[in-house]
Design a protein around this ligand. Structure first.
Ligand SMILES: Cc1ncc(COP(=O)(O)O)c(C=O)c1O
Length: 391
């Protein structure tokens, strides 16, 4: 019977309804290519929205990270530091460049890159005369990392910062938009993100010359000539004009989406926050998370139920939930890679603890109160059952 209930997804795509007129315009004007008026306008509008000098619309957030590394002249054998608690797409482009990632742990107040671990990593690298070519800082589930401390450390060592804001478009850190504080910022418009073009990404920067180069590399690095002339290796990374049209309509509703996701987070916290062993992802003072996904931790001893059991109970009720990202230093892909934990003391590795205990709950902007109460009811029931079994 439970399986007959409609499925509640983690973060499904959600069209606002205005996309069709933009798509129609692309069709009528026959701009069905990875360039055109929607691409230009989407870049302008997004750059204006977050407050940077420019933006380059690309086929994915991964492509944006790849181009940022290319523009920073990352070479074979270089190192690039990267948050460990993230999706693999944050680090894959480091490997595309033939460079070596070094993973940095999270700290407990933001779940993001630990300035403490970063400082130790930079000191070691400096001593060895092998400073990284870049630091990729991820703003997980919409929560900003401690940017003041991170930027301060990186500028002390002269290392540029790339903000992976794939999950944090619409978030702010001390009044500044997430993704606009480093040398480069990247956003993703993948189907599960707060706004989507079905697939797409954006590279942003105040350095408009670098963005001009990004567009050059993103279009197969074609030199100025009447024929096809190439002196550098490029990529096919531009965003289609049709998808950019979808992006323009989506950008119009970004702030509504942030409100909706924050309201969803608040309801979860109101309804579940008092339960033993349940703790919600914090929000650092002076920051505003878009709460892309509601994330929490479950202390199995206190709650009487493991995160895994909770996931299984939700799945039985046709509700999609997920563990938090598995840290990249724990992935078989990166077995031999260097990792800096938050501290050598009793706190140990924060990202490993978050992986063991963390869950993401359905957070779609369109989720109804009734749907959310179904998720909440299932979690309450699961904890209640376990408690009575254990009594
Ligand atoms: C943290 C993070 N970085 C990078 C990406 C890559 O974005 P895309 O899927 O647009 O390539 C994603 C999402 O997919 C992400 O969550």
């Amino acid at each position: 019977m439970a399986a007959e209930q409609t499925k509640i997804y983690l973060s499904p795509p959600h069209m606002s309804g205005k996309e069709e007129s933009y798509i129609q315009e692309a069709f009528v004007t026959n701009w069905i290519a990875p360039l055109g008026p929607h691409v230009d306008a989407f870049e302008r509008e997004l750059a204006g929205h977050v407050g940077v000098n420019g933006a380059a619309a690309l086929s994915s957030g991964t492509a944006a990270i790849h181009l940022a590394l290319r523009l920073l002249d990352v070479q074979q054998g270089d190192t690039v530091f990267c948050s460990s608690l993230t999706f693999v797409a944050s680090a894959n482009p480091i490997v595309y460049m033939g460079a070596e990632p070094v993973f940095i742990d999270s700290e407990p107040e933001t779940w993001n890159l630990s300035p403490q671990a970063l400082e130790r990593a930079l000191q070691d690298a400096d001593r060895e005369g092998r400073l990284p070519k870049a630091v990729i800082v991820v703003h997980l589930y919409g929560q900003s990392a401690k940017m003041d401390e991170i930027l301060d450390l990186c500028s002390r060592y002269g290392v540029p910062v790339i903000e992976d804001a794939a999950e944090s478009l619409g978030s702010t850190y001390k009044g500044r938009a997430s993704g606009t504080m480093g040398r480069f910022g990247i956003y993703s418009f993948n189907g599960n993100k707060i706004i989507t073009t079905s697939g797409g990404g954006m590279l942003v920067s105040d350095d408009t010359e670098a963005l001009r180069q990004a567009r050059f590399f993103a279009t197969q690095a074609r030199d100025q000539a009447p024929h096809y002339e190439h002196s550098r290796t490029g990529y096919n990374y531009r965003l289609s004009n049709v998808l950019a049209g979808i992006g323009r309509a989506q950008l119009e509703v970004l702030e509504e989406r942030v409100e909706a996701r924050r309201a969803i987070f608040d309801r979860y916290r109101r309804e579940l926050g008092g339960l033993p062993g349940i703790r919600f992802m914090p929000e650092l003072e002076g920051t505003r998370s878009n709460r892309w996904l509601t994330a929490l931790t479950v202390d199995a001893a206190e709650a009487g139920v493991s995160p895994q059991t909770l996931l299984e109970s939700l799945a039985e009720q046709n509700i999609e939930a997920r563990p938090v990202w598995k840290p990249l230093h724990m992935q078989p892909l990166f077995e031999a890679v260097t990792y800096y934990p938050h501290s050598g003391g009793s706190e140990g590795s924060i990202s490993e603890r978050l992986f063991r205990t963390g869950l993401c709950l359905p957070s779609g902007s369109q989720m109804t109160e009734a749907e959310q109460m179904r998720v909440i009811g299932c979690i309450r029931q699961c904890l209640l059952n376990r408690k009575s079994v254990m009594a």
